[in-house]
Design a protein around this ligand. Structure first.
Ligand code: SAH
Ligand code: SF4
Ligand code: F3S
Length: 447
């Protein structure tokens, strides 16, 4: 088989990164080896995201950079996949004339066939149909050799239709993988030496609703917790309305399950939550936080917030700040509302102007920075179990890893520790990381 080079660039969420991994695996079977130099590529795939306008703009400017390569090497194939491809379909050709292939989120499995046809005919193609069963869901995760952690896709799509969000429009209906298939994949990864699995889906809490065997996400977590030798288990992302008491209980009893949950709240105002179609009130959210802390007092809770959703008044924004003060998140991702074509919010009145959004974001982030720092400082003097991921990017001679609560820890150490869980006594706290000194290998707790 003729050897050809593939360069893949991904944008957006972890689901896109996983999809790109699957694309590389599929194309490998047809002779494409991945390269990290786009200049050497015979095929470039840009796996796109459309979650906010900024994400889309970044992609257009990246594609602009590939234009020169295409002019130099006319046989170069440029393919665009992912959510923006799904959204734009053949409109992509009008905007970026030198793209050869546009394929949607349900067409990944057809990539070898589509690329093969292009190689033969040179005819550009658009494939963005939805399927009842997303075939790429069946492809297992393929972390690179030596990896110590892996994402495992357990479901894809979303049925929630939050008013601001394009995901359900671009990823289609929710589909869960069968439980035994996921358990089998995690067993294989564990045997391969993967020490940390992050279960992935747009809304993992509603896992199982399409699997038809009555087993839900809590059942899946319990089943995975039983796998001999399993390392850490994490999951992302949770929807508060679907966070069940049974799942909350898992944090008190499933030992490999890390004490961290990412639980996007989006707003602290009931009026805004209703307009967002989130399906819970601030009070219900706070009750779930209290329940989590009751079964697992040390749990670290992180969240997402959108500021400037249409109709968000000063008073609504203050309710969000109040919620932040009440919960005291360990960390927060916050965004200015970005209007997306085809969503319910795009048709709503009372848009908030950019200046106000920017100012609200600044205030929110300053408050959260205080909270994060206080939380991080509280770790000083304590010993944390750290799964060592690799050398620290900043300091030579230092290693970096994560606590079970998902905090980054840097400490002096050797490369041989990669993949091990060690005890680190924390001595310093910063906004984005902790620093400490290794005490001993965490023989008692391999998680
Ligand atoms: N499925 C996940 C992730 C959704 S995207 C979930 O439900 O949480 C990640 C975050 O991007 C969302 O939680 C939300 O805070 C933000 N987001 C989504 N659409 C947005 C939009 N139109 N404008 C600004 N932020 C948005
Ligand atoms: Fe988007 Fe809401 Fe679905 Fe998350 S739960 S992907 S925010 S529609
Ligand atoms: Fe982006 Fe699609 Fe993920 S819009 S955030 S790549 S599901």
């Amino acid at each position: 088989m003729e050897k050809k080079n593939l360069y893949i660039q991904t944008f957006g969420c972890q689901m896109n990164v996983q999809d790109a991994e699957k694309m590389a695996a599929l194309l490998k079977d047809t002779g494409y080896e991945t390269t990290d130099d786009p200049g050497r590529a015979d095929l470039i795939i840009v796996n796109t995201c459309s979650i906010r306008e900024k994400a889309a703009q970044k992609i257009y400017s990246q594609l602009g950079r590939f234009r020169a390569l295409k002019e130099e090497k006319p046989k170069l194939i440029i393919g665009v996949g992912g959510c923006l491809a799904q959204q734009w379909g053949d409109r992509f050709f009008q905007r970026v004339s030198y793209v050869d292939l546009v394929f949607g989120t349900h067409q990944i499995h057809r990539l070898p066939e589509l690329v093969g046809a292009l190689e033969q005919t040179g005819e550009r193609k658009v494939e963005t149909g939805f399927c009842d069963h997303v075939r790429s869901l069946d492809i297992p995760a393929q972390p690179p050799p030596g990896a110590i952690s892996s994402f495992v896709t357990i479901m894809q799509g979303c049925n929630n239709y939050c008013a601001y969000c394009v995901v359900p429009h671009l990823r289609g209906r929710e589909e869960s993988r069968p439980l035994p298939e996921i358990v089998g994949e995690v067993e294989t990864l564990t045997r391969r030496g993967i020490r940390e699995m992050t279960l992935l889906g747009q809304n993992v809490n509603s896992y199982g609703q399409t699997a038809n065997d009555g087993r839900d996400f809590a059942d899946l977590i319990c089943a995975l917790g039983e796998i001999p030798g399993i390392g850490r288990i994490r999951f992302t992302t949770s929807h508060p309305k679907d966070l069940s008491l049974r799942l909350i209980d898992c944090f008190g009893k499933v030992v490999p399950l890390c004490e961290h949950i990412h639980l996007p709240v989006q707003s602290g105002s009931d009026r805004v939550l209703r307009r967002m179609n989130r399906g819970y009130t601030a009070e219900v959210y706070l009750e779930k936080v209290a329940a989590l802390r009751k079964v697992c007092p040390e749990i670290s809770i992180t969240s997402d917030v959108i500021v400037g959703f249409p109709g968000e008044e000063e008073e609504d924004f203050r309710a969000t700040l109040d919620l932040l003060n009440e919960v005291r998140f360990d960390n927060l991702f916050s965004f200015q509302y970005s209007e997306r074509e085809g969503t319910a919010a795009a048709g709503m009145d009372y848009k908030v102007c950019d200046g106000v959004k920017r100012e609200r974001l600044r205030i929110l982030q300053a408050l959260q920075a205080e909270h994060t720092l206080v939380k991080n400082r509280a770790c000083v003097g304590h010993t944390e179990n750290v799964l060592v991921e690799g050398p620290s990017k900043k300091e030579s001679g230092e290693m970096t890893g994560r606590t079970r609560g998902n905090r980054i820890v840097n400490f002096p150490g050797r490369r041989e520790l990669i993949g091990e869980t060690v005890s680190v006594r924390i001595s310093e706290a910063f906004l984005h990381s902790l620093r400490g000194k290794m005490e001993e290998k965490g023989a008692a707790d391999v998680h």
